[in-house]
Design a protein around this ligand. Sequence first.
Ligand SMILES: *[C@@H]1O[C@H](CO)[C@@H](O)[C@H](O)[C@H]1NC(C)=O
Ligand SMILES: *[C@@H]1O[C@H](CO)[C@@H](O)[C@H](O)[C@H]1NC(C)=O
Ligand SMILES: *[C@@H]1O[C@H](CO)[C@@H](O)[C@H](O)[C@H]1NC(C)=O
Ligand SMILES: *[C@@H]1O[C@H](CO)[C@@H](O)[C@H](O)[C@H]1NC(C)=O
Ligand SMILES: *[C@@H]1O[C@H](CO)[C@@H](O)[C@H](O)[C@H]1NC(C)=O
Ligand SMILES: *[C@@H]1O[C@H](CO)[C@@H](O)[C@H](O)[C@H]1NC(C)=O
Ligand SMILES: *[C@@H]1O[C@H](CO)[C@@H](O)[C@H](O)[C@H]1NC(C)=O
Ligand SMILES: *[C@@H]1O[C@H](CO)[C@@H](O)[C@H](O)[C@H]1NC(C)=O
Ligand SMILES: *[C@@H]1O[C@H](CO)[C@@H](O)[C@H](O)[C@H]1NC(C)=O
Ligand SMILES: *[C@@H]1O[C@H](CO)[C@@H](O)[C@H](O)[C@H]1NC(C)=O
Length: 869
Amino acid sequence: MERSITAFSFALVASLASALVLRVQAQPGFISIDCGAPNSYTDYQTKIDFSTDKGLIDFGESMQISTKLINQKSWKWLKYLRNFLNGTRNCYTLKPDKGKNIMYLIRASFWYADYDYKNRTPIFDLYIDVNYWATVDNYDKVHYEIVYVAQRDDIQVCLVNIGKGVPFISALELRTLDNAIYQIESGFLRLNFRYDVGGLNSTIRYQDDVYDRIWQSWASPAWRMLDPGTSASALYNNNDEYKVPGEVLRTAQTARDANTSLIYIIMPYNETSKWIGYFHFAETQILPSGQQREFLVFTSDGQFTEMVRLEYLRPVTVVSSLVSGSQINFTFKATTNRPGYPPPIINALEIFTIQELLNVPTAQDDVKALTSTKADYTVNKDSWQGDPCVPSEFAWEGVNCSYGNPPRVISLNLSSSDLKGIISSSLSNLLELESLDLSNNQLTEAIPETLANLSKLRILNLSGNKLNGSVPKALKRRHEDKTLDLRLDNNPDLCWASSCPKKEAKNSILVPIIASVSVVFVVICVLSIGLIRRKQTIEASDRTLRLKNQPFKYGEVSRITGNFGQVIGEGGFGKVYLGTLNNGDVVAVKMLSESSKQGYKEFQAEAQLLMIVHHRNLVSLFGYCNESRHMALIYEYMANGNLRQHLSGIVKIHPTEDHSKILTWSKRLHIAIDAAQGLDYLHNGCKPPIIHRDLKTTNILLSKDFQAKIADFGLSRAFIAENDSHVSTCPAGTPGYLDPEFQSSGNLTKKSDVYSFGIVLFELITGRPPIMRSLDGSASMYILEWLIPIVESGDIQRIMDPRLQGEFDINSAWKVVEIAMSCTRSMAIERPDINHVLTELKESSGSKSSGSFEMTSLELHSDNAPVAR
Ligand SMILES: *[C@@H]1O[C@H](CO)[C@@H](O)[C@H](O)[C@H]1NC(C)=O
Ligand SMILES: *[C@@H]1O[C@H](CO)[C@@H](O)[C@H](O)[C@H]1NC(C)=O
Ligand SMILES: *[C@@H]1O[C@H](CO)[C@@H](O)[C@H](O)[C@H]1NC(C)=O
Ligand SMILES: *[C@@H]1O[C@H](CO)[C@@H](O)[C@H](O)[C@H]1NC(C)=O
Ligand SMILES: *[C@@H]1O[C@H](CO)[C@@H](O)[C@H](O)[C@H]1NC(C)=O
Ligand SMILES: *[C@@H]1O[C@H](CO)[C@@H](O)[C@H](O)[C@H]1NC(C)=O
Ligand SMILES: *[C@@H]1O[C@H](CO)[C@@H](O)[C@H](O)[C@H]1NC(C)=O
Ligand SMILES: *[C@@H]1O[C@H](CO)[C@@H](O)[C@H](O)[C@H]1NC(C)=O
Ligand SMILES: *[C@@H]1O[C@H](CO)[C@@H](O)[C@H](O)[C@H]1NC(C)=O
Ligand SMILES: *[C@@H]1O[C@H](CO)[C@@H](O)[C@H](O)[C@H]1NC(C)=O
């Protein structure tokens, strides 16, 4: 009693609500979607609020049925539909308020109605979540309905293209049921028939039926119609838990007499399928006193029997057991055949088949993680609908799963998928993940530390993004102990070191140097504190200050060089002449040819910049001249020419000196240390740092006592940011020395110089140029291609410069090879800072005597232990 009153007032509230609260307020517990419809509306017959399918599905196209057939069915929600030309599986996601473990009636409706004017009804499959529901063949059936207990908070209804035409859907409805009814042990119920026996109205549904079941009127010609005497509301008030509408129960069919049974026969296509019947009875007749309708409900083969005794206006529902067979006879037979005894009746019936849940859905945490990843990046892939792994033939593109119970996501490949923003934290919840490829997207900011939580992860590819910050320690550790194949290349702002200073305003990097002539320089370099050279350095800077105020006049330059009498070299910008200052200092004067591409302003700004930079391992700029298109840079003269000349031994720069003398290993080490010191000063001693951009052996000059100094800042630029920042400018540098990461990304960092320095080291070790040519010049090979396999085989004797004639310390040589290897790693962030290189080089020159050192940075993939180990 209480129950039916509740139901009544509930229906009243619902209808009031829909009348008052605009039309947005749908019926509680109902989801009603008119697929493909342009607008939402309230159906005038049922008063159900139908909404459009916007936001419930990513794909498909809205269509309207053929105008010729539009009046054939009056139901408005069948007039539009959505069809799916693309994708094998397309899914609607329903999110009922009550979520999982609740029983729902779900109804999908399909009316082809020649919408595509092809007059060819398509055949396709319908799935509920991961399980097969039905094959929609569009002959006479419009509604496909199930009673389903949600396994998840979301319910997915999917249409699967089976190659027999384009799937489509007209309407999709969900109704929340009380858990008490339609209970089965496993699987779900698929509706075959729901009849209002002896009904007067062709269909009865909402609002007569609070659950919006659709009762179709039906009558057996073999049975008798019963006079629908009583009022529907009387029956409704007495309703049982099934809440069959009074209008449905009011009508019934009966047998001629108590000797006659009613038999309802089902002939299943499939003998093994399981059937269940719900039979609804209500006594609508006032029987002579003392009489009561009493009959058995059973199947003739004895699978099921139950007795029914009816009281006036009290509905009763009999639920059969699960029955199967090639023919099922549901029989209704009076318990006694005494004359005058009332015959059996039947008011309504529902026949379902049981459908098993054969497929287990993917673990919910994985689904959640992938779903929020999809949302975070608005992934727009046809296949990214429904369950990610199940059924396996519809698994999401780029997702690979293990098919245990439950299935788990083990790999995710979203390479080149146009992902933007941060790395979604949801990815860290894919706990079984073994491989994650997010390469070639536009992911920004730091790598989340939580990725290291993925203990099974073996491959992590984040290359080709815009990540910044430092690589989380835990990931580095896993990379180092080789449990993780970590790819981070082409992330110019990413930093391998553990503490990376926060980057400041990014765009202003070049502004102070290029844009303005009269800049107050922001570049400040600490004075070199090399003890031996201290005096000269300070003198040099005095001179510089003087010269900065008074640049050389062209006439002065002409006089210094003896009217440009002695050419000592030729660079990219023009010729270099020998000169002598008034005080006797020998200088090299670099004239910039008029065709030089560098503009006037850049030249001046740069000249001023370079005069501030002072270090004993950098070639000093004494001054410059820029006067009516004559531009000159005046450097200190380096008597022993450039390093390349000494390694190849081809050119003699000064006729009076003997350069044929081979550089010894220890001299080479000193040159390496000198050059590293110069570079360290540019990178770490100047604020902002200066990137050389064109470090090579021809730019490392040697003084008369073979002190090395770095020259040619023609391409250098200062940097605002302290660490690992970059600028993107036009390509610069020299082939063979160019950082491969810079070549592919165009982003230049200090690590690009470190790479070039590594190549310089290899030249010192091998004596060979960075690009080795065959004698006839027809073939060439990069030095790294040649030497890496040899180094990996552990045989470094083969790469050592033969002109050393074996005179070198093997430990020291190994150490330098190691350092050079670490400098030339293809991933910029894996290369050490020049400061670190310098320390290691100093150790290597010291190791000659000690003979023991740690081989930390070399990654040799060889079992052939090098001699030193
Ligand atoms: C189907 O896919 C093609 C190619 O990917 C696309 O151009 C078209 O818009 C898609 N059609 C629909 C209805 O989604
Ligand atoms: C069913 O039909 C009867 C008689 O035609 C009518 O009075 C009644 O309103 C109808 N009920 C419904 C729910 O349509
Ligand atoms: C009959 O139903 C059973 C179980 O429901 C199923 O395994 C079998 O494939 C079906 N047979 C046919 C012919 O459909
Ligand atoms: C069902 O009833 C028909 C006749 O009404 C009978 O021929 C058939 O054998 C019955 N089937 C079973 C399984 O009892
Ligand atoms: C049913 O049949 C039996 C015997 O065949 C007969 O005695 C009885 O009167 C009948 N009952 C009715 C209600 O016709
Ligand atoms: C998925 O994983 C299995 C087993 O690890 C592998 O054999 C298969 O090639 C993978 N498929 C894809 C598409 O990566
Ligand atoms: C991811 O897919 C791309 C191309 O689609 C492929 O090149 C790459 O190897 C895949 N990544 C992994 C880890 O298999
Ligand atoms: C995941 O990683 C974070 C940070 O690295 C840590 O705080 C958290 O405890 C980890 N969670 C699990 C489940 O290991
Ligand atoms: C990312 O790196 C993994 C592991 O080395 C590799 O298998 C995969 O092919 C890479 N992805 C792409 C798109 O190159
Ligand atoms: C990383 O980049 C973001 C902008 O994409 C910026 O807000 C953040 O400060 C950067 N972090 C570091 C450490 O450079």
